[in-house]
Design a binder for this molecule. Structure first.
Ligand SMILES: CC(=O)N[C@H]1[C@@H](OP(=O)(O)OP(=O)(O)OC[C@H]2O[C@@H](n3ccc(=O)[nH]c3=O)[C@H](O)[C@@H]2O)O[C@H](CO)[C@@H](O)[C@@H]1O
Ligand SMILES: C=C(OP(=O)(O)O)C(=O)O
Length: 434
């Protein structure tokens, strides 16, 4: 097991370019199963979760042609459906969460799909009801083997319909959308998630011949078509990486330019960092963060302590709350971090408290952070990364801390961040993989 050894307290400087978005990659790579034609995808992040999904498709019979580190061609002409019952399939599919999105395409194209318990971050209960209720509405029958934890959906004929999702699930919407594009008739999905990941998936499906309207809203209308063709798709920059780098620059008092961020698709992320007092400037499609010795958290207009909470898009993505929390530890002022969606994502604050941060964990969903205003640096510590985003938050804390830190379980960070140590070394970070 690798770990990171970090000597903190040094400023960083230079330019960094975000990788392609992990959560978009997982959607659009699953979408290649919708056609027997070749689909080319550019700007694929070279990260563990995405590589596991590509390998899974490969063993399912999809022909994969890796053009270079970040570009792949996929041809799903012969998919081996029998493999979906094998032990190997169960093992591979359950190594990540995003692979659940093979179900919609398989159901639409072959009339059946199977799935074991999905993997992904252990950040609280993560139900799949929305996915399966949606498939059932389209006419599929659903079976859940509770002993084996194995999900089955089958349909001899599906038909477009109206559905109101019980929640705006990101992967659920993607799964139902991919099933609906090949389902005869009109499907309406209300309370659809509308993250840039889904906008990009829709854009790709439209270029494959799908008929979708309402892209970017929570009301998607789909007119089913009988087949889809190949396409060439480019993944957006990873907005979670962009946010992580903004937080890192502020915490380490560094001057950093984040290149080609896809600023139009960042939603309220830059504004929320500005409310944390961080000076960031949008220059073309780059974000420039000058060295800042101090940053002061805004209050609400009435002077009360600000709350930073997650919400379905275009609200603030839950995947950045750990970064906002760590950034607040060195701000001037106080903030309440409210993680509404997940119930086990804030426990890593214990480690920040060990490093000297002033945080009160009010309950599993809420933490109050009283900023140190950089008057006392955090102390280096031995840390373990509990999940992908807490892992990055701890990495940022370690880079800002006085002294040496080690971070164990960095496989969690590698799931979502491409060559993070190498890219941070280029900015002058003293980080070693040992
Ligand atoms: C592979 C992938 O793309 N993973 C992302 C995806 O996971 P995923 O698609 O699994 O997450 P969902 O959107 O289904 O749900 C996430 C959590 O939020 C809750 N919920 C969801 C919608 C809603 O309107 N209200 C609500 O409370 C759910 O009950 C669940 O606890 O979306 C999450 C929410 O942005 C992100 O954290 C994950 O990184
Ligand atoms: C929670 C995340 O990922 P996953 O859904 O793949 O576990 C994430 O990307 O922050």
């Amino acid at each position: 097991m690798n770990c990171f050894e970090i000597e903190g307290g040094h400023r960083l400087k230079g330019e960094i370019t975000p990788q392609g978005a992990k959560n978009e990659a997982l959607q659009v790579i699953c979408a290649v199963l919708l056609t027997s034609d070749t689909v080319r995808i550019n700007n694929i992040p070279d990260i563990v979760d995405v590589n596991n999904l590509i390998d899974l498709l490969g063993v399912m019979g999809v022909v994969i042609n890796r053009i270079n580190r970040n570009t792949c061609e996929f041809t799903a002409a012969d998919v081996n459906l029998e493999f979906l019952q094998s032990v190997d399939f169960k093992k591979r599919a359950s190594s990540l969460r995003g692979s659940i999105m093979i179900m919609g395409p398989l159901l639409a194209r072959f009339g059946k799909a199977y799935f074991p318990k999905p993997g992904g971050d252990k950040i609280g209960r993560r139900r799949l009801d929305t996915h399966f209720i949606g498939f059932e509405k389209l006419g599929a029958t659903f079976n859940f083997d509770a002993e084996d934890i194995f999900y089955t959906v089958e349909a001899s004929a599906m038909k477009g319909t109206y559905m109101l999702l019980d929640e705006a699930s990101v992967t659920g919407t993607a799964n139902i959308l991919m099933a609906a594009v090949l389902t005869p008739g009109k499907t309406t999905i209300y309370n659809a998630a509308c993250e840039p990941y889904l906008q990009q998936l829709s854009k790709m499906l439209i270029s494959m011949g799908a008929k979708i309207s309402g892209v970017g809203s929570n009301l998607l209308e789909i007119e089913g078509v009988s087949e889809l063709k190949g396409c060439d798709h480019t993944i957006l920059p990873d907005m979670i990486e962009v946010g992580s780098f903004i937080g890192m620059a502020a915490m380490t008092s560094s001057e950093i330019t984040i290149k080609n961020v896809g600023v139009e698709q960042l939603g309220i992320i830059p504004m929320m960092f500005q409310r944390m007092g961080i000076n960031l400037q949008v220059v073309g499609d780059d974000i420039y963060i000058p060295t800042q010795e101090h940053y002061e958290i805004d209050t609400f207009i009435d002077g009360s302590i600000m709350t930073i909470a997650d919400a379905p898009w275009p609200g603030l993505t839950p995947d950045l709350l750990s970064v906002f929390l760590v950034v607040a530890t060195q701000a001037k002022g106080s903030v309440l971090i409210h993680q509404k969606m997940f119930e086990s994502r804030l426990f890593f604050v214990d480690k920040l408290i060990d490093m000297g941060a002033r945080i009160i964990l009010c309950d599993p969903h809420r933490a109050t952070v009283i900023g140190l205003n950089k008057e006392n640096a955090l102390r280096g510590a031995n840390l373990t990364s509990p999940d992908i985003r807490a892992g990055v938050a701890l990495l940022i804390a370690a880079l800002s801390a006085q002294g040496k830190s080690t971070i164990q379980n960095i496989e969690q960070i590698d799931r979502g961040y491409q060559n993070i140590d190498g890219r941070l070394q280029n900015l002058g970070a003293r980080i070693k993989r040992i």
